[in-house]
Design a protein around this ligand. Structure first.
Ligand code: PA5
Length: 348
């Protein structure tokens, strides 16, 4: 494997523990008891919402809804906590949802490092400024732990599992580094960088699986297929009756202590894949609690996308197609200018 690229991405990935600590130490003073929560953000900024949803869905009373688009659901209102997350602060979908949230009287908390969202944040209940990362995906812990801090500060989740998950990042750092001899992320990259990975995950790892897919695309310029069990057992599994396995490499995202219905299902999926002549690769989290397991698999997979970029000789930082699409949409739609008030909010 070549040495680390010169983009600065490697160093940024190696700073995940420090990023998490920085955000976890932010002081947030807010009194809120929302009836429901909407987490609004796109791409690397929305990813934290998926991870949190997988963790909190059966531990908090309020529904937690991840919005990846322009418009708030009809039920959003004064009882809603809207968390608007954008690194650049200029993503039009997130700005649009922010605008609607203010108009509907939602309690809005902005997490951003820059841009229009910062400028209009005086309309929000709170603004959490995070350091600007090199790219949203390498700055994920800034957003994830600022969001978790917010949820903790309003009493929705407690701090112990979150602090444990930060320790996981610290422990994993040397194991995932370039000079580590037994590096699970490098092993994973070795197995997948030449193929189209098919990533199958149980619900706890749904957000991780989607982030894995997104970072494979952005860092390594690779496409992949993602599906979540049990749903995949009701449709996608049929494709394995006539699969040409040569082009694919199956990755199963797993964890110690899987519930029986998850364990048996993942084992059954594994058997079907094996019958087709392929040995699936298992990425298995063994860290303590559920959040720690999410964070462990996330970090291993994310570093595997980075190492895949090195193996494929591509620049992990550049995402030309995203920039191009954003510019095209801006030119064609000028969407955000529908909301002329946003400019007024920024200046008054
Ligand atoms: O990884 C990326 O660069 C993208 O997925 C961005 O996160 C996405 O386009 C949203 O941009 P922002 O994070 O600035 O709101």
């Amino acid at each position: 494997m070549r040495p680390a690229d010169s983009s600065g991405m490697y160093q940024a990935y190696m700073n995940w523990y420090e990023q998490a600590k920085t955000s976890w130490e932010i002081g947030i003073e807010l009194e809120l008891t929302p009836s429901n929560i909407i987490y609004s953000g796109m791409g690397g900024s929305g990813a934290s919402g998926d991870l949190i949803a997988d963790w909190v869905w059966n531990r908090i009373e309020a529904p937690f809804f991840v919005l990846k688009g322009y418009h708030l659901p009809k039920w959003a209102g004064e009882e809603t906590l809207l968390i608007s997350v954008s690194v650049s602060g200029n993503t039009e979908e997130t700005l649009s949802a922010f605008y609607e949230g203010v108009k509907k009287g939602c309690k809005v908390v902005v997490i951003s490092s820059d841009g229009m969202l910062e400028r209009v944040s005086r309309r929000a209940s709170s603004f959490i400024k995070i350091p600007k990362p090199l790219a949203p995906r390498v700055g994920l812990p800034y957003m994830l732990y600022a969001s978790l801090k917010l949820l903790e500060s309003i009493g929705l989740v407690d701090d112990r599992e979150i602090e444990d998950s930060i320790k996981v990042l610290k422990e994993l750092k040397p194991k995932l580094s370039l000079d580590s001899k037994d590096n699970p992320a490098k092993h994973l990259a070795d197995e997948i960088h030449f193929a189209v990975p098919i990533i199958y995950a149980p619900p706890l790892m749904a957000g991780v699986s989607y982030r894995f897919k997104a970072s494979l695309a952005e860092n390594a310029k690779m496409d992949s297929i993602v599906n979540v069990a049990p749903e995949l057992c009701h449709n996608e599994i049929v494709a394995w009756e006539r699969m040409n396995v040569d082009n694919y490499r199956v990755v199963l995202l797993r964890y110690e202590g899987e519930e029986p219905e998850i364990r048996e299902r993942m084992e059954a999926i594994k058997e079907i894949v094996e019958e087709s002549g392929q040995e699936p690769i298992e990425v298995r989290a063994n860290a303590g609690d559920r959040l720690s397991k999410i964070v462990q698999n996330l970090y291993v997979c994310e570093m595997a996308t980075y190492y895949s970029s090195l193996l494929r000789g591509v620049d992990p930082l550049s995402t030309r197609s995203i920039d191009r699409l954003k510019a095209t949409l801006k030119r064609r739609l000028e969407y955000i200018h529908r909301y002329t008030e946003l400019e007024d909010w920024a200046t008054s």
